[in-house]
Design a binder for this molecule. Structure first.
Ligand code: G3P
Ligand code: MG
Length: 249
């Protein structure tokens, strides 16, 4: 297998349980607990700005309504993306992908960018996120681009073939190994329920790294580490990870 620059532990959606997910505040919390790698979800505004948001709609994690694919960035930038979590985070904005790139590089953190297109935006999002990542990390160790959507990963591959890619699997659907091969991935990231020693060894035999989401249980993490897992995405930044059991810095 090729050298692997990514740490074992990645904080999910920034550190999106103790702080509002996919905000800069969440990244700061994760870094405070010693995390040096993060996962986040990136999609596009109507006018093509890459920014962080998990859902296809704005309601759950912002004060806005509807699909962000129909709203320009200037309007998305005014939304409160923190008040839903708890009062101290009120008025926390949606971050642009560029701000997260700056934070990660300033803090020597690695990033796993989940390309999370709104429906129908798969190719457009994959292309734009890949071009943005190549520009924002020029000369630095690049982020790992992942997606559940093969169409988005194919667009990312065509736009920036040199950036590392990973296929996300919520199930082991028919044909996933062929898809991973065609997409030229360096890693496969599954729901932790499907990952075991046999699958890790199968992935490694292909030259692919094995990663899992979202592990919040120490016994599961210990089992996967013993089995040879390469990356673990977790919400439990205060109990699992590089500084487990220590006070945040
Ligand atoms: O990237 C892994 C994980 O984030 C996938 O699930 O729904 O939290 O984006 P979700
Ligand atoms: Mg995600």
């Amino acid at each position: 297998m090729k050298p692997w620059p990514y740490p074992l532990w990645l904080a999910h959606r920034g550190a999106g349980k103790l702080a509002p997910e996919n905000t800069l505040a969440a990244f700061r919390v994760g870094a405070g607990f010693g995390f040096r790698a993060f996962e986040c979800d990136v999609k596009l505004s109507r006018d093509g700005e890459a920014f962080l948001l998990h859902d296809d709609t704005l309601e759950r994690t912002t004060g806005g309504r509807g699909s962000p694919a129909g709203i320009d960035w200037a309007d998305l930038a005014t939304l409160d993306a923190g008040g839903w979590h708890s009062p101290p985070f009120a008025a926390e904005p949606l971050p642009r992908f560029a701000q997260i790139a700056a934070f990660c590089q300033a803090n020597a953190c690695m990033l796993n960018v989940e390309i999370k297109p709104c429906p129908g935006e798969e190719a457009r999002t994959g292309t734009a996120v890949a071009h943005a990542a190549a520009r924002l990390w020029a000369g630095a160790l690049p982020p790992l681009l992942s997606s559940f959507k093969p169409e988005a990963l194919a667009a990312a591959r065509d736009a920036e073939p040199g950036l590392p890619r990973a296929l996300l699997l919520d199930s082991l659907w028919e044909g996933w190994p062929e898809a991973a091969e065609a997409l030229g991935v360096v890693a496969v990231i599954t729901n932790w329920r499907w990952m075991d020693r046999a699958l890790i060894q199968r992935l490694h035999a292909h030259g692919w790294r094995a990663m899992v989401y979202t592990v919040n249980d120490a016994a599961v993490a210990e089992r996967l580490i013993a089995d040879g897992i390469d990356g673990i995405i977790t919400d439990a930044v205060d109990t699992l990870g590089p500084a487990a059991g220590r006070q945040p810095r």
